[in-house]
Design a protein around this ligand. Structure first.
Ligand SMILES: [Zn+2]
Length: 410
């Protein structure tokens, strides 16, 4: 009798649990499937330690198109709270680009990425806050992720050395910067946040954006608005304010325009000598719809973006679609290299993850013949015989050397 009632109780408990499970995923979330065509080809993640929050820096439609096209997020949260699924949550999405936290590089291999439609220096809508809060609650419970590992992209992105910063540096992006503020985190159901930058403290990176540093780790309410509002007003180069201060990681992008005091306009990709940039030049950043990884971020390098192939490509490191540009000049895919080779690739080996080799150009075979309409996309890369790698958006159609190899995303 007793045993039987326990069993009935267990059974009804089981039924209730099933009902809850059936109801819960939808609870409070308007989930819509808009899976990327790349979804099925993405490798499963081995572990999930972080959730990275992003802002699209552009309107919903164009952002969704681009995120789907390149598989650059797991979810996108629209201004009305609709949550679009783009990459299956157990697979790898390419959202964090050049990134590091606590010494771990390439966070794509261990994180989920949520894009919030909006801008790094503007608040989310109430509908977005509710949706992001519920989405975080569900994902954190599935993957056992503590609040301290839910981080805005700007906290983990870093830049390689450039003209203004000779060392690897934090401050490459301001993506989702306001989501570091305690008041915003509270609204998202998050308590606590990192109080300092662990990679800066350990000497792995330096701070290259004082404003961002204040917003991420400074005293709260005053930090964000005041400082960033003052900066946003100024997009003119002057002493103490460089192209990099204004355009950050996109300073030499073809989407960033420079209007010189004499009225001439040049694209960032066309500027050769940055030391000759005249005071008074106006910088217009980004015609492109979404915050995209600048193309140079897709070409990753052992020694800069990770200490080995695994850190950069995770489970995809020995795939046919991971391309290695070896320092001796050979080009090989992951399946063409043995495990031993892959484990001992030297610093300076460059990699493209999720790419196919389209072919080699020759006199009778143009870039268009090989890549079709993708020939001049930012995500298409040309490897010249001299070893240099150039993005399709920076390519000069008339000056592509014969024997250049063409690679585009699978
Ligand atoms: Zn981002």
């Amino acid at each position: 009798m007793r045993a039987r009632s326990t069993r009935t109780f267990r059974l009804s408990g089981f039924v209730v649990a099933c009902l809850l499970l059936a109801i819960l995923p939808a609870h409070g979330l308007n989930l819509v499937n808009r899976f990327s065509p790349l979804n099925k080809e993405r490798s499963p993640r081995r572990s999930t330690e972080y959730i990275i929050l992003h802002t699209t820096e552009g309107p919903a439609k164009g952002s969704l198109d681009k995120l789907r096209k390149y598989g650059e997020a797991h979810y996108m949260v629209d201004t009305d709270g609709t949550v679009y699924r783009i990459i299956d949550r157990n697979r790898i999405a390419m959202h964090a680009g050049r990134s590091m936290w606590q010494g771990q590089a390439n966070l794509d291999s261990v994180s989920l990425g949520i894009e919030v439609v909006g801008y790094h220096d503007r608040p989310m809508t109430n509908a977005q806050k509710r949706a992001v809060k519920e989405l975080l609650r569900q994902l954190q419970s599935v993957y056992k992720i503590p609040d301290s590992k839910v981080l805005p992209h700007s906290m983990v992105a870093y830049g390689r050395p450039n003209r203004w910063h000779p060392s690897p540096h934090r401050g490459r992006k301001r993506c989702a910067m306001l989501m570091a503020r305690s008041s915003v985190r509270e609204e998202l159901g998050l308590s606590g946040k990192p109080s300092f930058d662990p990679d800066v403290r350990a000497g792995r990176l330096v701070v290259a954006d004082q404003t961002l540093e204040r917003v991420l780790y400074g005293a709260d309410p005053a930090a964000g608005s005041g400082a960033s509002a003052g900066e946003a007003a100024s997009n003119v180069i002057r002493p103490g304010r460089s192209a990099w201060d204004i355009a950050r990681g996109r300073y030499k992008s073809s989407d960033t325009l420079y209007r010189f005091p004499d009225g001439r306009t040049r694209k960032g990709s066309e500027i050769k000598d940055w030391s000759k940039m005249p005071t008074g030049t106006e910088v217009i950043v980004g015609n492109s719809e979404t915050e995209s990884e600048s193309s140079e971020d897709r070409v990753q390098e052992i020694g800069k973006d990770g200490s080995n192939a695994w850190e950069i490509a995770a489970g995809a490191y020995n795939d046919a679609e991971t391309i290695y540009f070896l320092v001796d000049g050979r080009v090989r895919s992951g399946v063409e290299l043995s495990r031993d080779n892959l484990d001992t690739l030297p610093k300076g080996t460059r990699m493209l993850v999720g790419y196919v080799h389209g072919g080699v150009l020759s006199k009778g075979r143009s870039a268009y013949d090989v890549a079709g309409p993708k020939w001049n996309l930012a995500s298409t890369f040309y490897r010249f015989p001299d070893g240099s790698i150039v993005s399709g958006k920076d390519i000069d159609e008339k000056n592509i050397p014969s024997k250049a190899m063409v690679f585009y995303p699978k």
